[in-house]
Ligand binder design. Sequence first.
Ligand code: ATP
Ligand code: MG
Length: 273
Amino acid sequence: MKTLLSVENLRKRFVSAERDVAAVDGLSFSLGTGETLGIAGASGSGKSTLARLLLRLIEPDAGGITFEGSDWLSLKGSDLRHRRGRIQMVFQDILGAFHPSATVNDALGDPLRIHGIVAKAERSSEIARLLERVGLSSAHATRPVRELSGGQRQRVAIARAIASRPSLVVLDEAVSALDVQLRNRILELLVELQRENGISYLFISHDLAVLRAVSHRLAIMDAGRIVETGNTTDIINHPSSAAGRALIAAVPRLTPGGRPTNTMQKSEPTHEP
Ligand SMILES: Nc1ncnc2c1ncn2[C@@H]1O[C@H](COP(=O)(O)OP(=O)(O)OP(=O)(O)O)[C@@H](O)[C@H]1O
Ligand SMILES: [Mg+2]
């Protein structure tokens, strides 16, 4: 498998008068093309900070990121603007990212325009194509985003993320707010998109059942570092780190030897990276 992303000894501190937090504290990992790496870790372990560093929303204090074969952190100005669309993010709820009256057309038109994906004349047909791809119809295009259901909004968020044709999508608790059925349908959609386009995912979730269903590999974060990484099922069955054991012990149905419940449709990702 070709390496898409490699992160070396990344560090980010947040310093204020009251606090000094090493949010990301010497973090290293790599991700292959078409691979899904699950990231689990207690609240405050630095998962969202890692996501923001990858998106270049904040800058690290030290360390390196190699992405698509080049130094991601040295990109600046127009070079950065041109390449930005290659890494996209899906949050728990996209509403906060929009003007209250923004329509689906606005949500999907922006990345197409900003990243110059298609000519202006083809924008509406590209929006229709994206909507269809995520299981919505072009009739949704004129609807305000805030009037959509949670599941429909997450589909729009995914369509927006793939609009710029990224090779990496970072999902930060992207399905956590959805009920089990909707969640499973969104996970299936993500796996389909990966099969079609070879997208890689960095899948951040506190839900180990979700990670077990989608991740090819799992990394456990604790205090800004990856303390354990490997095959998802192996880690869930035999966590070697204290942080991994604590996360798994907190989910009764994942206790080694415990019976699976109907919240899990499959215990292993069925797709190959
Ligand atoms: N902008 C910021 N300013 C100051 N401290 C911050 C900032 N962003 C994050 N932190 C701190 O960095 C640490 C890591 O935060 P982060 O949001 O990355 O955790 P997380 O693993 O995503 O947690 P959760 O599971 O609750 O989302 C926390 O102690 C947090 O308070
Ligand atoms: Mg977070």
